[in-house]
Write a protein that binds this ligand. Structure first.
Ligand code: SAH
Length: 343
């Protein structure tokens, strides 16, 4: 059965008219799904019961349920653990900032990329998430917190460009004016750098922010941290990002997680400066969140600051991301791991 919440407006309209129903029903149903964020057919009050029943025969309704919520005592960040219909669990993070609320969502159950410092890849990829399942994470959190969500980051578990079509479908639904109508500028998607998808995304012309998980200034070091670096070189990634900027006019963010003694040296900062000099881009420095047994320790804040200073001296924009929710395993896949391993 087709997942109702993953259908574009045009697809929904076609399905509704195929059922010999007037077109305005599609608009009503789309509004119930993506504006009012209902969790069942029978909540669509102005849709006749007969139509609701016929829809039940042809469509499934993505149902996420909240399995657990953890709240950080430090900053109010909340981590949501959701159970999917097939029993899998995924996690999402809710953050409240002065300028609005932000949700970080997962794009897959598990992840196939296997980055050495990351908890999400332990156990590999289980499956892709449907567009509706990505949306539901946001809808559930918005309803639960009774807050309008103004920013969405696709930086949870999973590699969104390894689930590219569903990601694009998700993005288009999220920014559809007939639904939540989030501004594309308030969406960030993070990738480990699947080069051909960077070009494809540029073609789409979405005004979102593209973030690249670089983490190393040369291929040798990058390969020791991220298996995907064996497939794509840094120079090919940066070339694709330059193309992305040329086509979309959107400044690319490079993410660089710093691990003590691995990639946090002044030499690394110089080498990174060489790669990015003169580019209109931004570097996000992230202290590594140590995952048990992975052997990556958090770089000292003084070393991170020194790293940032070198970049800035070389004319490169850089910020240190403040770690939120550190006390609730908010980093990438750590809660889900704990949950499925019974820890
Ligand atoms: N697969 C995507 C998005 C998921 S991870 C990607 O690779 O970009 C979001 C970001 O957190 C990535 O930059 C990722 O490399 C980083 N990350 C993962 N585990 C981390 C950890 N333990 N400490 C710091 N950053 C981590």
């Amino acid at each position: 059965m087709q997942d109702l919440k993953s259908l574009s407006y045009e697809e929904l309209l076609k399905n509704i008219t195929d059922l010999n129903e007037p077109g305005y029903r599609a608009e009503q149903i789309f509004g119930w799904l993506h504006k009012k964020m209902v969790s069942g057919f029978d909540e669509m009050l102005n849709v006749p019961a007969s139509l609701r029943n016929r829809m039940k025969e042809s469509f499934s309704f993505t149902g996420l349920t909240i399995a657990d919520v953890l709240e950080s005592k430090k900053d109010g960040t909340k981590k949501f653990l959701f159970r999917l219909e097939d029993g899998n669990v995924i996690e999402s993070v809710f953050m409240r900032y002065e300028h609005g609320c932000s949700v970080c969502i997962s794009s897959q159950v598990g992840c196939a990329m296997g980055c050495r410092f990351c908890a999400s890849g332990i156990g590999g990829k289980v499956r892709d998430l449907k567009a509706g399942e990505m949306l539901e994470q946001i809808y559930h959190i918005s309803k639960n917190e009774n807050e309008r969500i103004s920013n969405v980051v696709v930086m949870g578990t999973g590699e969104p460009f390894d689930n590219f079509d569903n990601f694009c479908r998700f993005y288009e639904l999220l920014t559809d004016k007939r639904g939540l109508g989030l501004s594309g500028r308030n969406v960030t998607v993070s990738t480990c750098g699947i080069v051909e998808k960077i070009y494809e995304l540029a073609e789409k012309g979405y005004p979102l922010t593209l973030a690249i998980s670089l983490h190393a200034p040369n291929d040798e070091l990058r390969r020791s941290m991220m298996p995907i670096a064996r497939k794509y070189s840094i120079s090919d990634i940066i070339k694709a990002c330059d193309d992305y900027f040329a086509v979309t006019g959107r400044r690319v963010t490079y993410e660089y997680s710093l691990a003590e003694g691995v990639n946090d040296t002044p030499e690394c900062a110089d080498e990174l400066s060489g790669l990015l000099a003169g580019k209109n881009c931004h570097v996000n420095l992230i202290p590594v969140n140590p995952v048990e047994g992975k052997g990556f320790e958090r770089a000292d804040i003084r070393r991170i600051t020194a790293f940032k200073n070198i970049l800035e001296k070389n004319g490169i924009n850089a910020t240190i991301r403040r770690g939120m929710g550190g006390d609730i395993d908010a980093a990438c896949g750590q809660l889900r791991r704990k949950y499925i391993s019974g820890g």
